[in-house]
Unconditional design. Sequence first.
Length: 319
Amino acid sequence: MKTSRRQFLKLTAAASALPFASMAASAPAVNKPIVISTWNFGKQANEEAWKILSAGGKALDAVEAGARVPEGDPKETSVGLGGLPDSDGRVTLDACIMDEQGNIGSVACLEHIVHPVSVARKVMEKTPHVMLVGEGALQFALANGFKKEKLLTKESEKAWKKWLKEKKYKPVANIENHDTIGIVALDAQGNLSGACTTSGMAYKMRGRVGDSPIIGAGLYVDNEVGAATSTGVGEEVIRIVGCHLVVELMRQGNSPEQACKMAVERIIRKNPDKAKTLQVGFLALSKSGEYGAYCLQKGFTYAVHDSAMNKLFDASSIY
Ligand code: SD4
């Protein structure tokens, strides 16, 4: 069952109205470990991440493990294996990862590899660079032991052939058509990391790259402040460098939900007409384990797993 964030806050506020004597006088408690991620499939991703976090593991390992869940699921048509292709029928993947020290790795327009998030991690750990694209990213993946596989499933191929009849590119991003997994976590040591992975907008132009592999746009982590990730029409997120903006707004004292809302409002200010029909959602986690989300259109869900719960929430929306 989904609970709205507002309902949940009411419930937890009531539960925490404890007698004065039992309240701790020391610094506010940090809610850790915790992992949050985008959309319904975030729940399974969080469960995988939680295995690592609950055993005292690192947020970096947890977000990678979580992101790999939808990547490897052929029924998820928006991430990794089974992702809907570009207009030429090619499945091209974008992913990135960022750790608590500000280390980053990213791949864009990568074909034939089921787990781009793990290739991104290898870029981070094994190269002097932060981003590899296309053929070069594939070459690097193969040289590092990743297998070349066919990512276009029968179902995705069928959907693409149907699309070819009209060939209209209409980026309607929401739960029923195209999603990205963004996942951010705070581990027991109090360190933050994040990952983001997608097959991008369905039927995009060949070579198109969205926000998801772009550090600062689709993902940002600052271990002093918090972490954020995004989903929806990447072009609009890139335009405002969305996730970096969300983290900076948290640095200024805004709550995660407030910071996400302010970033969504920035998108509207830049492009009021377009914003009425497209979807963008932000999800953020603070250094103290507080989380929140906000989106343009109703329909963006996100999953939260900490020691008290494993739940899906509906993000508040502007429209
Ligand atoms: C992109 N942000 O490629 C991704 C797609 C997405 O919900 O998140 N769709 O622009």
